[in-house]
Write a protein that binds this ligand. Structure first.
Ligand SMILES: CC(C)(COP(=O)(O)OP(=O)(O)OC[C@H]1O[C@@H](n2cnc3c(N)ncnc32)[C@H](O)[C@@H]1OP(=O)(O)O)[C@@H](O)C(=O)NCCC(=O)NCCS
Length: 343
C-alpha cells in the first residue's frame, strides 16, 4: 500500500458534491413466513406493527460480514463516482457492528479497496451512524486538506438477534446491509451541506442496548445470561421517542436552513417502522413521492438504511443534481441526527 502524500492536496473552500453512491445486501432473503417457522410470530403481526415483509440476513458460513458488505457498497460507490480507491483522502464509516472491536471497518477498507494510508475510522452512533458520518466528513473536508471522501453506513446487526421466542419482538425488525457515497470538493458553491443537527441522550440507553458482558446490563431485571450479545429493547419507549423526535428534528433542521417543508425535494429517513415514518410524513403533509419507504423489503438495517435509500433513489434517477435532500435518523443511545444537502 502506498503512503498518502504529504503535499499536493488542496483544502476545499467551496462546495462539496456527492459524486457516487453504492449499496450491498446479503444474498439470503428471509420472509416473515421463514420467521414463523422458528418463533411464535405471524406475518400479520409483523406487517401490522412494522410494515416489514422481508429482510436480508448475512450468512457467516459463506463469508458475509460487515466488512464484506462495506467493501461491496464502497466498490459500487467508487464505480459510480468514476474514481479509484487510491484517489480517496478520507474514509468515515458509521457502524455499531464491526466484525472485531479493532481494527475498525474503515481501517480494513483501506486494504480491501487498495486505498493509500489515509485517515480512516468508524464512528458509532447506532442507527444515526451514517448521518453523523456525513456531517463529520463534511466538517473534516472543509477544515482539513481532504478533497475526496468515502462515507459509509454499514451494519450486520443480526449478529445480535436470536431467531427464537427469546428475542421475537426485536429479531423480526432487523436486516443487514451496507451503503456508501463518495464526496468530492467542487468549485460549484451551490453543492454541499446546508444545515445539520446531531444529538445524544445517554439517559435513554436502557431502552435499546446490547449487553456483551454481565456487567453491561442496564436494566435490573436483565440478568439472564441468555441475553448476552442479544439486543435488549423496550419497543414502546423507543416508539414514543421516535414519534416525537422525528418531527422535532425536521423542524429544527428546516429552521436552521431557513426553509419550509415544501423546499425539500427528498426526505431520506432511517427505516425503523412504517408507522413512525407515516406519522412524521403526515405531520408535515409531505407527499409520498418525496418521502421514501423501503422497510417492507429490507427491515431496519440500522446505519445502512439511509445510504441504501440514497443509492436506490439516485440510481433510479429520482435524486438529481441541484435537489435538496434531507437525511434523518434516530437510534440507540439514544441518538438522533439530520443532514440537509444540496446535491
Ligand atoms: C417493537 C414493536 C413493533 C412492538 O409493537 P408493540 O405494539 O409495542 O407491541 P408490544 O411490545 O407491546 O407487544 C404486544 C404483544 O405482542 C407480542 N409480541 C411481541 N413480539 C411479537 C412477535 N414478533 N410476534 C407476535 N407477537 C409478538 C408481545 O409479547 C405482546 O403480547 P402480550 O400483549 O400478550 O403481552 C414496536 O414497539 C416498535 O416498532 N417500536 C420501535 C422499535 C424500533 O424502532 N427500534 C429500532 C430503533 S432504531
Amino acid at each position: 500500500m502506498s503512503p498518502a502524500p504529504t503535499g499536493g492536496h488542496t483544502t476545499p473552500r467551496s462546495g462539496i458534491a456527492i459524486i457516487g453512491t453504492g449499496s450491498a445486501v446479503p444474498k439470503r432473503r428471509v420472509t416473515n413466513a421463514d420467521l414463523e417457522a422458528c418463533m411464535d410470530t405471524s406475518d400479520e403481526w409483523i406487517v401490522q406493527r412494522t410494515g416489514i415483509r422481508t429482510r436480508h440476513i448475512h450468512d457467516p458460513q459463506s463469508g458475509e460480514s460487515t466488512e464484506t458488505l462495506a467493501t461491496d457498497a464502497a466498490r459500487n460507490a467508487l464505480d459510480a463516482a468514476g474514481i479509484t480507491a487510491d484517489q480517496l483522502d478520507l474514509i468515515v464509516c458509521g457502524t455499531m457492528t464491526p466484525d472485531m472491536p479493532t481494527p475498525s471497518v474503515a481501517n480494513l477498507l483501506t486494504a480491501s479497496l487498495g486505498a493509500r494510508t489515509i485517515p480512516a475510522f468508524d464512528l458509532n452512533a447506532a442507527c444515526s451512524g451514517f448521518v453523523y458520518a456525513m456531517n463529520t466528513a463534511h466538517a473534516l473536508m472543509t477544515t482539513a486538506p481532504y478533497s475526496t471522501a468515502l462515507v459509509l453506513g454499514v451494519d450486520c446487526v443480526t449478529k445480535f438477534c436470536k431467531f427464537s421466542n427469546l428475542d421475537r419482538s426485536s429479531a423480526v425488525l432487523f436486516g443487514d446491509a451496507g451503503g456508501a457515497c463518495v464526496l468530492s470538493a467542487t468549485n460549484d458553491t451551490s453543492k454541499g451541506l446546508i444545515a445539520q443537527a446531531m444529538h445524544s441522550d445517554g439517559g435513554g440507553a436502557k431502552h435499546l442496548y446490547i449487553p456483551t458482558t454481565t456487567h453491561s446490563f442496564l436494566n435490573p431485571d436483565d440478568t439472564d445470561d441468555g441475553k448476552l450479545n442479544t439486543i435488549v429493547m423496550n419497543g414502546r419507549n423507543v416508539f414514543k421517542f421516535a414519534v416525537s423526535t422525528f418531527p422535532e428534528l425536521i423542524s429544527q433542521t428546516l429552521d436552521k436552513a431557513g426553509l419550509v417543508p415544501e423546499d425539500i425535494d427528498h426526505y431520506i429517513c432511517h427505516q425503523s417502522n412504517a408507522r413512525i415514518l407515516a406519522a412524521a410524513r403526515e405531520r408535515f403533509s409531505i407527499p409520498e413521492e418525496k418521502f421514501y419507504i423501503n422497510i417492507e423489503r429490507y427491515g431496519n438495517t440500522v446505519g445502512a438504511s439511509v445510504p441504501l435509500i440514497l443509492d436506490q433513489q439516485t440510481r433510479a434517477g429520482r435524486v438529481k443534481p441541484g435537489d435538496r435532500v434531507m437525511f434523518l435518523a434516530f437510534g440507540a443511545g439514544l441518538t438522533w441526527a439530520s443532514s440537509l444537502w444540496q446535491v
